[in-house]
Ligand binder design. Sequence first.
Ligand code: PHE
Length: 381
Amino acid sequence: MSAPNKSYDPVEVEALKPEEIERMRDEALAAFAAADSLDALQEAKVAHTGGTSPLALANREIGALPPQAKAAAGKLVGQARGAVNKGLAARQVELEAERDARVLVEEAVDVTLPYDRVPAGARHPLTTLSERIEDIFVAMGYEVAEGPQVESEWFNFDALNIGPDHPARGEADTFFVQTAPNSGSAAGSGTTESGVVLRTHTSPVQIRSLLDRELPVYVICPGRVYRTDELDATHTPVFNQVELLAVDEGLTMADLKGTLDHMVQSLFGEGMKTRLRPNFFPFTEPSAEMDMLCYVCKGESVGNPDRPCRTCSSEGWIELGGCGMVNPRVLTACGVDPQKYSGFAFGFGIERMLMFRHNVEDMRDMVEGDIRFTRPFGMEI
Ligand code: PHE
């Protein structure tokens, strides 16, 4: 700031000459007009309106003027600064509008572009079908029960009345688990030192349910099971089962039959039914093989060569799985009094049901994880 200018001589105060102030104003306005972006405008703003800009310095000079000159100089500088601020604001609005228009174009979303180049995943139809079956029984008051896939031999075999000499226990069917190095398996005796297997069915979950729960017990046990089969079109060493167990007072084979019929009607529609053929399982007595009416021909292809049925090979029935009344020895092993309680159970493979229900011809398709297989099934089956 100049020293106080006691004897006023406007000629000496160069910075406050009207043409100088006009030049400062015009330079500022020209700089704003030349700014082609908001960043450039910000620079011009600092240069022409900031604390060290020519007009700000000129404003400070007013303080050094003699009192009689202050008003005129103040008006001169004030008008120039007003014009500069107005010009700045106007250019700001212009440049912001330009930027907004540009952003709208640059960030526009083309809603016609394909959205599914990376296909979304799909739930596996085995899961969906298994849950569908679970739902039928949950609606009837059953609980879903699960258990470990690495299971003790006692749960997988002994408690189910499958003695040490039962063929299913031998190494032909069962994966034995070594729990310590060199523990080896006692070949031929049907047991291992470890006493641990990959469960060969979900029946051990029935045993666990009977031991864990208060009676009556109504459970549905879905899950993965293991058998030493080679993977081919109709076999897989890992597959899924659903087993059911009901233990209550006064349950009979009629309850089992009614439950089975309800299940196939829920899955395949009105008019469906099951039939039982005598069979043997160590854990049920009596035991039966269960078939369901062929849901395609409803049995009408039998003895009718004009209308052959590919689904049931014109047999009229499709084999579903095993069932029976829980063997009293199993109930006893679980601490349930067979004089007071009786129960029924059944079990079947989900893969097989998926095959005939959805015309899947090769089991390998189910395990290879190719999304082209799973996608057509959607979220509901
Ligand atoms: N656990 C038997 C199997 O895996 C199926 C079954 C369950 C049979 C319940 C009868 C009763 O083959």
